[in-house]
Ligand binder design. Structure first.
Ligand SMILES: Nc1ncnc2c1ncn2[C@@H]1O[C@H](COP(=O)(O)OP(=O)(O)O)[C@@H](O)[C@H]1O
Ligand SMILES: [Mg+2]
Length: 335
C-alpha cells in the first residue's frame, strides 16, 4: 500500500489544522473498536486469513496505548482499520466519535507506517515542507513547523542532507516528524522502533513520552516487549488476531504476593537479621541479592561512558576468567 505514509495527509486541502484536543473526546475515549473483525479474502472473494477477531478496545485521551503481539497477530491490520485504510469485515471503529471511514477525522491523526515511503532525493527539510503543503499550510507556518519538528526529532545537524544518505534511525525520525506535521491529537505508530539500534530505540521512546507530555494520545504497536513496557500506560496483547490480555502495564507486570525491598550499604549481619525478621513474621525469604539491570540500561551506560572517556575499556569482574585470553583488556576491570 504505497499511500500509507500520506494517509494522514489525504484530506481536503482546505481542511483546518488546529489544536482542539478536548472538544470531541467525550468521555475521554478517542478510539473505540466494537467487535472489530477483519478477514482478508483472495481475488475470488474466498476467505484467506482471519486477521482480526472481535476486537474490543478503547483508547483514552492522553494515554499511550500499546498493541503487543508477535508478527502476524493483527496489529497493523488494526491500525489500518482505525485509519479507514481498510474496511472491517464486521464490527466498527469509532475515532473521535466518528466512523473510521470518515476521512475528515484524519486531519487530527498522525500516522507512522511500518515502512515509510519517502522521496530519497529530498532533504529532511524539503520532505516536511512537501507534507506541510499537502495540509495547505502557509509558507510562514510551514517554515516554523518544519524547524520545530526537525529540532524535536533531533535532525537539525542533517536537515540539508538527502534522505538517501540517512541511516535507518534517521529515516524513522523523519517518518515521525512527517506524522506530526499537522500537529495531530492522535498519533498511530506502527512498529516505531523497527530497525533502530538501542540508542535510536531509547530516543524514539523518549520522543513518544514527550508526545504524551504535550497531551497527545498515542497508539503504538510493537513486537518488542521492552518498547511496550517502557512507554505504554495500557497494553492489549494480541495473538493470531485475538485479544488475549488487556490492562495497565504496571498491573499486568506486578507479581502478586511478593514484596520487593531495595537497600544500599547493608552489612552481612544486617542481611541475616532481615532474614530472621521475615521468618519471624511467617514469610519466606526468596533471595537477598544484588538486583540486575536491563541489557538496555547496561548498553546505554557503556555508550555514555565511552563517549565521556574515549578509548577506555570496561570488562566486568566476572568476565575475567572467561576472557583471560586477552588479559590486557582488563585494565578497567570492576568499574
Ligand atoms: N493484504 C493482505 N492480504 C492477505 N492477508 C494479509 C494482508 N495483510 C495482512 N495479512 C495477514 O493478516 C494477518 C495479520 O497481519 P498484520 O496485521 O500485518 O500483523 P502484524 O502487524 O501483527 O504483524 C497475517 O496473517 C498476515 O499475513
Ligand atoms: Mg505489522
Amino acid at each position: 500500500m504505497d499511500t500509507d505514509s500520506t494517509a494522514s495527509a489525504e484530506v481536503e486541502p482546505n481542511a483546518a489544522v488546529q489544536d482542539s484536543p478536548q472538544d470531541d473526546a467525550q468521555s475521554g475515549v478517542i478510539i473505540e473498536t466494537r467487535n472489530l473483525s477483519k478477514i482478508y479474502r483472495d481475488f475470488w472473494g474466498r476467505k484467506k486469513v482471519n486477521a482480526l477477531k472481535s476486537l474490543d478496545i478503547e483508547v483514552r485521551q492522553g494515554e499511550i496505548f500499546g498493541l503487543l503481539g508477535p508478527n502476524g497477530s493483527g496489529k497493523s491490520t488494526t491500525i489500518k482499520l482505525i485509519l479507514g485504510l481498510l474496511f472491517p469485515s464486521s464490527g466498527r471503529v469509532l475515532v473521535f466519535d466518528k466512523d473510521a471511514s470518515e476521512t475528515s477525522k484524519n486531519e487530527k491523526i498522525g500516522y507512522l507506517p511500518e515502512e515509510s515511503y519517502l522521496y530519497k532525493f529530498l532533504t529532511a527539510e524539503e520532505t516536511l515542507d512537501f507534507y506541510g503543503r499537502l495540509f495547505d499550510m502557509s509558507g510562514a507556518e510551514r517554515k516554523r513547523r518544519v524547524d520545530e519538528l526537525i529540532q524535536l526529532v533531533g535532525l537539525s545537524g542533517a536537515k540539508h542532507r538527502q534522505l538517501r544518505e540517512y541511516s535507518k534511525g534517521m529515516t524513522r525520525r523523519v517518518g515521525l516528524a512527517q506524522a506530526l506535521i499537522n500537529d495531530p491529537d492522535l498519533i498511530l505508530l506502527d512498529e516505531p522502533t523497527t530497525g533502530l539500534d538501542p540508542i535510536g530505540t531509547r530516543e524514539m521512546k523518549d520522543l513518544i513520552l514527550a508526545l504524551k507530555e504535550r497531551g497527545k494520545t498515542v497508539l503504538l504497536c510493537s513486537h518488542q516487549l521492552a518498547d511496550v513496557q517502557d512507554v505504554c500506560d495500557r497494553v492489549a496483547i494480541l495473538h493470531q488476531g485475538e485479544l488475549k490480555e488487556l490492562g495497565r502495564v504496571s498491573d499486568l507486570l506486578k507479581v502478586q504476593d511478593v514484596t520487593e525491598v531495595h537497600a544500599e550499604g547493608l552489612s552481612e549481619a544486617a542481611k541475616s537479621e532481615i532474614a530472621q525478621v521475615i521468618e519471624r513474621h511467617g514469610g519466606t525469604l526468596r533471595s537477598i541479592d544484588n538486583p540486575t539491570t536491563t541489557m538496555e540500561d547496561l548498553f546505554l551506560n557503556i555508550v555514555r561512558e565511552s563517549e565521556a572517556r574515549p578509548g577506555a575499556r570496561r570488562v566486568s569482574a566476572n568476565a575475567e576468567s572467561e576472557a583471560s585470553t586477552e588479559p590486557e583488556q582488563q585494565e578497567e576491570a570492576g568499574q
